[in-house]
Design a protein around this ligand. Structure first.
Ligand SMILES: Nc1ncnc2c1ncn2[C@@H]1O[C@H](COP(=O)(O)OP(=O)(O)OP(=O)(O)O)[C@@H](O)[C@H]1O
Ligand SMILES: [Mg+2]
Length: 359
């Protein structure tokens, strides 16, 4: 079970030097606009995933007056994760004191879910966002998935390079196609199996938050349902050459989220969308727990926006049942405090101008 017992954040946005000892269940992070609440969640997120959820440029996360930032967390069972991001020297990530080349092992120790105002993009954003959602789940339950995914991306990059050349090297193409087909088929198989286990869990969780008649979520693998990937690549070759990029394969997979014939994002209100997305994320964590007994950590930014009090309580109840550690922000602690059972271990942290006081 991943629980953060100690968190140090230095020079991340306006957080100059923060040291907290979070509660193992609910942590309420409250304070005025611009005080640094989202930045605290961002720091945890960067530690677990290597990137920010609100900026593609990591530079913008570092305090403008500094050249680097440091984030350190101690998890239960003695696991420590440390990250130093520097404007000049890139990053240094350490897990249990050992330098890490990738985020794969760190991410496994700290399965993070986030619910924030960007969560709508799962419904209305690009397929890439839904693939990320899906792959988060597969990654945490299928250990070989990350390697297959990385190798497939390498193949894809090589294949795309070949497609851009004036004269196509057919022998090389064949070699990359063989490997890409095999890896792509494995990725598809694992995604498909994951979705088959995920959907029944979502069907149980969703009505606890909202009834959505005729909701249909379908996994689309990225190529013709009746063809093998090798066949689909052969059929698509002329088009691929025209585009100079591979148009078919696991990198084109998507989740179709529809109500009747319409995209869910076109039909549901903002609040309803937030409930659906929250149910999808919570169902992923329920599945993770069922398969691995891992509970993960939830980052919830500004839950009160778009949700009335009744729905806030419903989401908090589901989250509480998960038994996971939660970091939840709000302007006024009163908005969130009454959403939890009285006997749950709760930490309250007041953020003021980049400083945090534990209450
Ligand atoms: N690179 C940076 N260096 C220093 N300060 C920054 C940097 N980037 C953003 N800030 C400032 O950090 C502060 C904290 O921002 P943050 O988004 O964490 O606030 P918040 O408490 O979540 O506010 P809100 O309630 O409005 O969501 C803001 O005043 C912002 O202008
Ligand atoms: Mg914020």
């Amino acid at each position: 079970m991943a629980t953060i017992c100690r968190l140090d954040v230095l020079r991340v946005r306006n957080l100059s030097g923060v040291q907290i000892r979070p509660a193992d269940r609910v942590n309420i992070i409250f304070g005025n606009n611009g005080s640094g609440k989202t930045s605290l969640l961002e720091a945890i997120y960067m530690l677990g995933l290597g990137r920010s959820f609100r900026s593609s440029k990591i530079e913008s996360v570092i305090d403008t007056k500094s050249d680097d930032c440091v984030i350190f967390a101690e998890l239960d069972a003695g696991v420590s994760i440390g990250l130093n991001k520097s404007r000049k020297q890139g990053h240094l990530l350490k897990l249990l004191g050992e330098r890490q080349k990738s985020w794969v092992d760190t991410a496994r120790h700290l399965p993070l879910q986030i619910i924030n105002s960007d969560s709508f993009s799962l419904l209305e954003g690009s397929p890439k966002i839904r693939r990320k959602f899906l792959d988060w789940g597969v990654f945490h339950v299928e250990h070989e998935f990350a390697l297959a995914w990385r190798k497939a991306n390498k193949c894809l990059a090589q294949r795309n390079l070949l497609l851009k050349q004036k004269r196509l090297d057919k022998t090389q193409l064949e070699a990359w196609d063989t490997e890409f087909s095999q890896l792509g088929t494995q990725i598809d198989e694992q995604r498909k199996v994951y979705m088959e286990t995920f959907l029944p869990i979502l069907n149980d969780a969703l009505p606890r938050l909202i009834e959505i008649p005729d909701l249909k979520i379908t996994y689309e693998r990225g190529w013709d349902a009746d063809a093998t990937l090798a066949q689909a690549l052969a059929v698509s070759l002329d088009r691929d050459i025209r585009y100079g990029a591979t148009q078919t394969g696991p990198h084109r997979a998507d989740l179709s989220i529809k109500i009747g014939r319409n995209a869910a994002a076109d039909v549901l209100s903002r609040g309803q969308q937030k409930l659906l997305v929250s149910a999808m994320k919570i169902a992923q964590s329920q599945l993770l727990y069922k398969l691995t007994e891992e509970k993960g950590v939830y980052l919830i930014d500004d839950l009160p926006s778009e949700l009335d009090n009744e729905n806030r309580v419903l989401i908090c109840k589901l989250l509480e049942e998960l038994g996971c550690q939660i970091f939840i922000t709000c302007v006024d602690a009163d908005e969130i405090e009454n959403c939890w059972s009285t006997d749950i271990s709760t930490g309250k942290f007041h953020v003021e101008h980049g400083k945090i006081v534990t209450l």
